[in-house]
Design a protein around this ligand. Structure first.
Ligand SMILES: *[C@@H]1O[C@H](CO)[C@@H](O)[C@H](O)[C@H]1NC(C)=O
Ligand SMILES: *[C@@H]1O[C@H](CO)[C@@H](O)[C@H](O)[C@H]1NC(C)=O
Ligand SMILES: *[C@@H]1O[C@H](CO)[C@@H](O)[C@H](O)[C@H]1NC(C)=O
Ligand SMILES: *[C@@H]1O[C@H](CO)[C@@H](O)[C@H](O)[C@H]1NC(C)=O
Length: 426
């Protein structure tokens, strides 16, 4: 048999197949890696420019530049192509819920739905199943060991507080009673795990920036004002954090332009400008990232951001008769493309845009779509009420159902399973 003639064809796959057999490949890869580092570009992107077929090459170890460096991770390379946030809910009463409502004393009475008379429990039995891979199961001892001598912090609004409480509930049963405590000091709530020299904390800052809604208890202000450039007002209380979880969304949704204060809240003549919700929100997210760059070490710490938590205020959004909301909903929405009207796509666009350009690595918990299906998972009327109900309200439960917050145990445990997955196996 004749050896094939030296090919004058410039067929790419030919080139690669040959290259694989020779040290040439390594020279090529070394060059590509060098260029990657030099220009901070994606390997795939550069190969794309060279017009090579990437699928043909299996380099010894393609470093995924963002993931390789992330602290706490257990897998070097991201599970190939699997998006944890794209999937479906699976009925799994054997393995859900991950804890019992009555066994977690830290759930605030606004979220204990069973205690407040919710007649069904179906919302507790769903497990999130990504397309194309499985979520690693939440390992509470691994999480606790990881937190040893560390501080984990959730900063944001009441939805982030729900995720915080869920995390505490997922871990607390491994800690004996005399070695754990939860205390609140103004805007800060601290869960201490004595034997681990560790804390999990929640800090109330619904806009992250300073605002007129910052009082930890009395914050129901309709005419909301946010102060530009004020991230350190709250940020000074967040220092030394190892794992940070931010959220902010709902408070920006006033339905009007956002009022931005230029000076200080103490100024006698306040200079206020009105900007679009999107521009205001972008400013807030950028401030958050600036704070992270100045105060967190990306080699040792991790920054998470939880996307918009959806509400279910209008039954016509999911094709039901108008006039209803999440009240009396015990089934989820089946349409995989469901988006509704309570979540702004433009805000998702801002997040994607700002995080893509971020110099600080952000782990994005994109829980919006998977939560949008869950009109069944809200606290609805089964919660402690702030003030006594009027006879009119009692006669019309839809009028006072809470279609923003979520029962615990429930949906937000899944957010933490996703956090766990992205922390260790991004
Ligand atoms: C959970 O994590 C602990 C501590 O890292 C480990 O010893 C244990 O094997 C893990 N359990 C499971 C079920 O993976
Ligand atoms: C407790 O944790 C802090 C960090 O949160 C650390 O600085 C300190 O050294 C730890 N203490 C002990 C006794 O390990
Ligand atoms: C709740 O919904 C069911 C149908 O799913 C309906 O039969 C029932 O009347 C509703 N209950 C109330 C109190 O609205
Ligand atoms: C989050 O997920 C939704 C739906 O799955 C998608 O449309 C959106 O682009 C994602 N957002 C970002 C910033 O990746």
């Amino acid at each position: 048999m004749k050896p094939p003639p030296p090919s004058s064809s410039s067929s790419t796959s030919n080139l690669i197949r040959k290259a694989r057999l020779s040290p040439y490949l390594f020279t090529l890869l070394a060059f590509v890696l060098f260029v990657t580092i030099l220009y901070g570009q994606d390997l795939g992107c550069i190969l794309g420019q060279l017009d090579l077929d990437i699928s043909q090459i299996q380099p010894p170890s393609t470093p995924k530049k963002h993931y390789k460096k992330l602290p706490f991770t257990k897998s070097e390379v991201r599970e190939n192509g699997c998006d944890y946030f794209s999937g479906q809910w699976v009925w799994d009463p054997l393995n859900r819920p991950l804890y019992q409502e009555s066994e977690c004393p830290y759930i605030q009475p606004q979220l204990t739905c069973q205690e407040h008379g919710r007649p069904d429990r179906d919302y507790q039995f769903w497990r999130w199943q990504p397309h194309g891979c499985s979520l690693p199961s939440f390992n509470a001892s691994l999480m606790l060991e990881t937190l040893r001598n560390k501080k984990m912090m959730f900063v944001g609004d009441s939805l982030n507080r729900g995720q915080y409480v869920s995390m505490v509930c997922l871990l607390h049963s491994l800690i004996p009673d005399n070695a754990k405590s939860m205390e609140t000091f103004g805007s800060l709530t601290v869960f201490t795990m004595k034997d681990y020299n560790a804390t999990i904390e929640f800090y109330w800052a619904p806009f992250l920036l300073e605002s007129n809604s910052d009082d930890a208890i009395i914050h129901r202000v309709s005419d909301r004002v946010v102060r530009r450039g004020s991230i350190n007002k709250h940020g000074k209380h967040w220092k030394g954090v190892d794992i940070m979880v931010f959220n902010t969304y709902l408070w920006w949704m006033t339905g009007l332009d956002m009022k931005i204060l230029q000076g200080s809240f103490d100024d006698e003549e306040k200079e206020i400008v009105e900007v679009s919700t999107e521009d205001a929100y972008r400013m807030g997210i950028k401030s958050m990232l600036r704070w992270a760059r100045k105060n967190m070490d990306p080699k040792k710490t991790r920054l998470f951001f939880t996307s918009m938590s959806p509400s279910h205020q209008k039954s016509q959004d999911w094709g039901a008769e108008a006039g209803g909301n999440c009240y009396n909903q015990t089934e989820m929405i089946a349409d995989p493309k469901y988006w509704g009207t309570d979540c702004r796509k433009s805000i998702m666009g801002v997040l994607g845009d700002v995080f893509r350009k971020s110099r600080f690595p952000v782990t994005f918990l994109n829980i919006t779509q998977l939560s949008l299906y869950r009109k069944d998972a809200h606290t609805s009327i089964y919660k402690k009420q702030w003030s006594p109900l009027t006879p009119e309200q009692i006669a019309n439960p839809t009028s006072y159902a809470d279609c923003v917050h979520w029962c615990l145990p429930g949906l937000q445990d899944t957010w933490n399973e996703l956090l766990f997955a992205k922390l260790f196996y991004p």
